[in-house]
Structure formats: C-alpha cells, structure tokens
Design a protein around this ligand. Structure first.
Ligand code: A2P
Length: 291
C-alpha cells in the first residue's frame, strides 16, 4: 500500500494514526539536502525505481553514486530520529533534469522497507556529493567498453549508456545484464529500448550499443552467468564480436560481491588491471549496494 493511499483514507483511528506516522517519516523538508519524488515505478515485487527533482547545484559524472535515504524511526527515549542513508548509483544521465534510482526491496531492510512506499510528492534525503569508481576517467583509452552487471548493478550503467561521452571514447559498448528471472530484466529492457528510440541518442548508439540480457534460473533466449559467457567462444561467435582482450577492451563491473570477485579474476587472467580515478586501468569495479 502506498503512503498516499493511506493518507487519503482516514476512516478509522488506526488509519489516522498510521497517516500521522507516515507523514512524520517522510517529513524531510526541514532537513537540508531533501529532494522531492516525482515518480515511482514498481518493476516486480522486489524491484522498483524512482525519480526525484535534481538539486540545482548537483553535478555528477555518469556511473557515480550518492547517499540517499529517509529519517529513521524516532528513538523511543529521546524522540529523536537520525537519517537512514545508503549508497545509490545515479541511473539517469548527467544531462537529465531529474535523478533516477533503481532499487531492490530488501525484506525487512531498514531503508528499502520504507523507501518502497514512496509516492510522488514525498521527500527523501539526498546528500549532493556524488562519488564512485565506475567513471570513464578511471579507464585507459580503448576501443570497446564492456558493462557487466547483475541485478540492480545495472543502475550506474543506465547512466553510462545514455552519456554521449561514452561513445566519444569508445567505438562500441556491450551491456551484459544477468538476473535470475526474466521479469527482473524488464527495467534494463525498457531502458535500452528507450535509448534506441531516443531522438538524439538513437543516432549515436545505433550499431554501437550491444545489449545482452540473460537469466540463470529461468529459460530465456540467453541463458547462463556472465562469467561463463565471457569464457565461451560460442558466446562471442553468436554476438559476432571478437573475444575480450586486454589491448582494446575496457570493463566496468557492478554486481554482488561474489560476482565482482569472480569476474575480476577472469579479467585479470586475460591481463586487465583495475583502475581508479587517480590511476586509470583497464577495468573498474563497484559493489551493487544492498542492505
Ligand atoms: P545464479 O542464479 O547462477 O546464482 P543474486 O540475485 O544472487 O545477486 O544473483 C543475480 C545474478 O547474478 C544471478 O543470475 C546469479 O546467477 C548471478 N551471479 C551471482 N553470483 C555470481 C558469480 N559469482 N558469478 C557470476 N554470476 C553470478
């Protein structure tokens, strides 16, 4: 049930009490760094995305994250609440007027169990200091960029694939996204479809952006883990691309801890080295943040 649907139905004292509690939980306007929610989309029972108004002063590089959240429950003794903040990759491109975020709903997660009930008009706390390693500046020049994501790890790449600078720096971009089930791929599928039809981006990305969604626990067109695909010659043949190599390929990784470790081992075997903003390399990595 959304917070708004509680708020407009004050028929019982219980609901009125809930209404007050919800109102107090989302009353972040008095806090500096608040941002107003403009839309919320629920993709599955456990995945949602939302957009907020972009603070006028907020500048970021595609692939970076910010800390965002809500006020936590008041301390029963003092009545005081503290901000409950988590790192969230900015999924929108730097030229967009709004900021977009893509999130999992962690069962009993302190923040996402509240955040999933956001409605347009609510406010969240958004610390306007973007940081992160999944940035183009952390990669040495190359020809092809691989964006390797599992689950909500696609969020920073939703920004990177919509940034014209990505295509100035690389001839082609391969976005690989693996989830357990087909429905979890929907956010990425719609994102890529929009990019392909976008009035300015379409021309830039045509024949240069390759999208490879796959599932591991449900039958779909592409099946299997990214690590297995990248180790298989038939994968490259089916995409009509050259195998990944350290000379001309650059990679960005964002997924679960296990995925990040395994894919780094695979890339290091092929001769790629980790980079950072201060010391660019041939791949960069960031954890998809969950509670
Ligand atoms: P699998 O279903 O074979 O575990 P999760 O929801 O656990 O974060 O997983 C999201 C996706 O990432 C799933 O498709 C999962 O595949 C895949 N995955 C998880 N761990 C790894 C790993 N170490 N290497 C490659 N893929 C992984």
């Amino acid at each position: 049930m959304s917070q708004n649907s509680i708020a407009v139905d004050p028929v019982s004292s219980v609901q009125t009490k809930m209404k007050r509690e919800v109102a107090s939980a989302s009353r972040t306007d008095r806090i500096p760094d608040s941002a107003r929610v403009t839309s919320v989309t629920h993709w599955t029972g456990s995945l949602f995305s939302f957009k907020v108004e972009r603070p006028a002063s907020l500048r970021f590089r595609s692939g970076e994250f910010v800390m965002l959240g809500l006020m936590g429950d008041p301390n029963p003794k003092t009545g005081k609440s503290n901000p409950l903040l988590r790192a969230y990759s900015i999924a929108s491109p730097a030229w967009e007027e709004e900021l977009e975020f893509y999130s999992i709903k962690v069962p009993d997660g302190p923040l996402t169990s509240k955040l999933q009930h956001l409605s347009p008009g609510d406010s969240i706390i958004l610390r306007p200091r973007p940081v992160g390693t999944l940035i183009l500046d952390a990669l040495l020049p190359g020809k092809r960029l691989w964006l390797l994501a599992t689950g909500t790890g696609i969020a920073p790449f939703a920004s990177v694939i919509r940034d014209p600078e990505t295509y100035e720096k690389f001839d082609s971009v391969v976005l690989m996204h693996t989830c357990r089930e087909v429905k979890e791929l929907e956010y990425g599928k719609q994102l890529v479809a929009e990019v392909m039809e976008h009035e300015f981006l379409a021309e830039i990305v045509t024949d240069r952006l390759i999208y490879y969604p796959s599932t591991t626990r449900e039958v779909s067109r592409n099946q299997g883990r990214i690590t297995d695909s990248l180790s298989s010659s038939s994968f490259y043949k089916s995409l009509h691309v050259d195998p990944l190599n350290a000379e001309s390929d650059r990679c960005m990784i964002c997924g679960s801890l296990g995925f990040n470790e395994d894919i780094q081992a695979l890339l290091q075997d092929k001769g790629l080295v980790e980079g950072s903003g201060n010391d660019p390399g041939t791949y960069v990595v960031e954890k998809a943040f969950v509670e």
